[in-house]
Design a protein around this ligand. Structure first.
Ligand code: XMP
Length: 507
């Protein structure tokens, strides 16, 4: 095991991910942990992450320096390197020029950290401070044009520091450096995989839960599904999943959720079909935010009512991923955005949380889901908003409109899947701008029917998006099929706006 001490950089988790990719298990601990707590993990190596602070600031985060005396190899990255140097007797100062972005790194000496790395190699820099004096025992291991001390090494104590970020893709030989540190210097074994993650998570969930009962809100999304199956693996029927079906899911989706969890995984699932109730509540509601709030509040109310019926529930499973943790602000990372996850559960519920995916990125969760045997449809599901199809009917929701949208949406996704485009697209769906009726002619008869909008975007995080450039024949097939197969539609349009200025959803 490797311990990564987190000083609040956006990069701490990325380091963990790279270490896992090398086949080495690691855990992230906040910098406030004592040396005893860190060493109790029995780490083969310790990595000190980057961070936004300056080591010279009065309230700078520090690390318990006794870790340097334990004989365990330490690698400091960016802030981590500066901290090593300042704590062990060197000096850190703010140079006139900050270094940010690409830089050429030149090796000095022959540290095993850079074994097999080119003499000159591109690295990614992002720092205000620099090390000006190395502590006693340290030698220079590399420099860049702007930073004379870009890598330092105390080979005797096996303590290393790099000013650049080996964990980002912009440092192409970064993985070689990390591997050198993990395998050659620290003697890690490798061979760890997501399968091992399951064993570790199962053990820790069992310890956390004891004999209590656990509840989980299932939506059919990737994250909550993987979290639920993982927790079920740990504690079996102590877990009850509650699936609040608000009636705004896509065609066949509710059935799929029930089938997957009850039949395939044999889990305790309470399926609450509240579709009629939600439809009644939304009668006459056209304003998007009112739709969201109504659905969100009722969802929570329904879930809570169900939770109250189960005895001795102490824990709630949440499929929180690492990016969600960063976005909503962690103890150490600063807040980037507060996101609008309507359809989620409030933070102040009386349960303690079990968040077994907190340290993982989305693609790691997918890998974990595969290991757990979840079907590909669940694993590759596109993001779907909590309020579902309710915010894809522009205007009032009626059963007839919902039925039209659901069928049209199915065709959009079906064509995309058949054409092998599904994994190239972030989200693809149909919308029904219900205020529009237009004249058409079908079977020699005049029609006055709905228009369906097709929306498909590429994105990496949903914050910005580009509309997807479909080949014409794909749009053509969708258009024909929708008009032929969905009664009540006589016109299909494609949305060619990106975000910004639009948003992904129409409401
Ligand atoms: P927009 O429409 O803001 O969407 O570009 C960005 C991402 O967020 C999803 N989205 C929601 N998710 N509840 C959710 O859980 C909501 O109310 C909601 N509104 C938008 C949207 O599908 C996209 O992935």
């Amino acid at each position: 095991l490797v311990v990564i001490v987190d000083f609040g950089g956006q990069y701490a988790q990325l380091i963990a991910r790279r270490v896992r990719e090398c086949g080495v298990y690691c855990e992230i601990l906040p910098y406030v942990k004592s040396a005893e707590e860190i060493l109790a993990k029995n780490p083969k190596a310790i990595i000190l992450s980057g961070g936004p602070a300056s080591v010279n600031a009065p309230d700078a985060p520090k690390v318990d320096t006794r870790i340097f005396d334990a004989g365990i190899p330490v690698l400091g990255i960016c802030y981590g390197m500066q901290l090593i140097c300042s704590e062990l007797g060197g000096k850190v100062a703010r140079p006139e020029k900050r270094e940010y972005g690409h830089a050429m790194f030149y090796r000095d000496g022959s540290s095993p950290l850079f074994e097999g790395v080119s003499k000159e190699t591109a690295v990614w820099m992002s720092h205000g401070d620099s090390v000006t004096d190395m502590p006693a025992g340290f030698g220079l291991a590399g420099h860049t044009d702007l930073t004379p001390t870009a890598a330092v090494a105390d080979e005797a104590r096996r303590i290393y520091g790099v000013q650049f970020h080996p964990e980002v893709v912009h440092t192409p030989e970064g993985t070689t450096m990390l591997k050198n540190f993990l395998f050659e210097i620290a003697g890690c074994q490798g061979g760890w995989s997501m399968g091992n993650y399951i064993d570790i998570a199962v053990k820790s969930i069992r310890e956390q839960v004891g004999n209590h009962n656990v509840i989980c809100a299932l939506s059919g999304g990737v994250d909550s599904s993987v979290a639920a199956v993982l927790v079920h693996k740990a504690i079996g029927d102590q877990l009850t999943c509650v699936f609040v079906d608000h009636g705004f899911l896509r065609l066949g989706e509710a059935e799929q959720v029930v089938d997957t969890f009850t039949n395939k995984f044999n889990m305790k699932l309470v399926h609450i079909d509240a579709s009629k109730h939600f439809m009644d509540l939304l009668k006459g509601v056209t304003e998007p935010e009112k739709k969201r709030k109504t659905i969100g509040a009722e969802f929570i109310h329904t879930f809570q009512e169900e939770a109250n019926k189960i005895p001795d529930v102490k824990f709630l499973v949440q499929g929180t991923l690492y990016p969600d943790v960063v976005e909503s602000g962690t103890a150490t990372a600063s807040t980037i955005k507060s996101h609008h996850n309507v359809g989620g559960l409030p933070k102040d519920m009386k349960f303690s949380l079990i968040e077994p995916l907190r340290e993982l990125f989305k693609d790691e969760v997918r890998q974990l889901g595969r290991e757990l045997g979840l079907p590909e449809e669940v694993i590759n599901r596109q993001p779907f908003p909590g309020p579902g199809l309710a915010i894809r009917i522009i205007g009032e929701i009626t059963p007839e409109r919902l039925d039209i949208l659901r069928r049209a949406d199915f065709i959009v996704r079906d064509v995309i899947k058949q054409r092998g485009l599904y994994n190239d697209i972030w989200q693809s769906f149909a919308v029904l701008p219900a205020a529009i009726r237009s004249v058409g002619v079908q079977g020699d008869e005049r029609t006055y029917d709905y228009t369906v909008g097709i929306r498909a975007v590429t994105s990496s995080d949903g914050m910005t998006a580009d509309y997807f450039h479909f080949p014409w024949e794909v749009l053509d097939e969708m258009s024909r099929r929708i008009c032929n197969e969905v009664k009540g539609v006589n016109r299909v349009v494609y949305d060619v706006t990106s975000k910004p200025p639009s948003t992904i959803e129409w409401e």
